[in-house]
Design a binder for this molecule. Sequence first.
Ligand SMILES: [Zn+2]
Length: 300
Amino acid sequence: MRIVYSPRYRIDIGPHVYPTAKYEALHRELSAAGGWSWVEPEPASWEDLALVHTDDYLRKARTGAFTAEEIAEIELPWSPAIVDGFRLMTGGTVAAARLAVEAGLGIHAGGGFHHAFAGHGEGFCLFNDVALAIRVLQRDRRIARAAIVDLDVHHGNGTSMIFDGDRSVFTFSMHQQHNYPMFKPRSALDIGLSDRVPDDEYNAKLREALPQVLASNPQVIFYLAGADPFEGDQLGGLALTRAGLLERDRIVFDACRSAGLPVVVTLAGGYARRLEDTVAIHRATIELAARTFPDAARTF
Ligand SMILES: [Zn+2]
């Protein structure tokens, strides 16, 4: 089974709650388990990035001309290496999206930077990889319509705003209401959850919501499988267990499979107190995707 990843995802952002080491740890575990064919992505080009981002923002990202306030909002230091790393991870989601429309499943061991807006970055997100992958598929006439299932614990504010008023892309975000970001632009469907919501309530709401997503008649689903609804997450306030998160993934994958829809999997957030929990949650998502879409391996 193919999976998109690069060892260069381990970007040095200094001491930070965002563990870029999770990608490498995931790669190590999956490699040890075997059965994976690793696809090295190309960085997203500046021309492609302009399908989503404003020229002014891209100029600032390229040259480091951000103000101190802008850097504080992105919550990442600026360096050419960090910008290159984010371009590469953005290209990774584009590569996974192409695999998905060809083979039925595209797994990216990275991505999910949903707090990036057209004209500014926020919350560890420099470029909106999912929005870009959708725009590239649309430009290349591989798809006309897409849907986003964003189950990161944080609202997908950048994505919602980018696709605001665009009927070709259905945005669904289920998140903890009283958490970052303060400003939550309206998605096509938003479910804001109370603090400490447990497995059963979470998954019942998800089951109830998915038919609305599928009714938008998408040709591909982008899944942001955030690990941060986990009860042990430092930046999340829900109370899902690892078993509950796996059930969440199963609900999403089964719904896509039943509808005959290709899926692009991205990891999004994950800030568990123990890195091994974050890695285990992401790994379980990836392995379940591969088991649910076994045909995707055969077209390889
Ligand atoms: Zn998050």
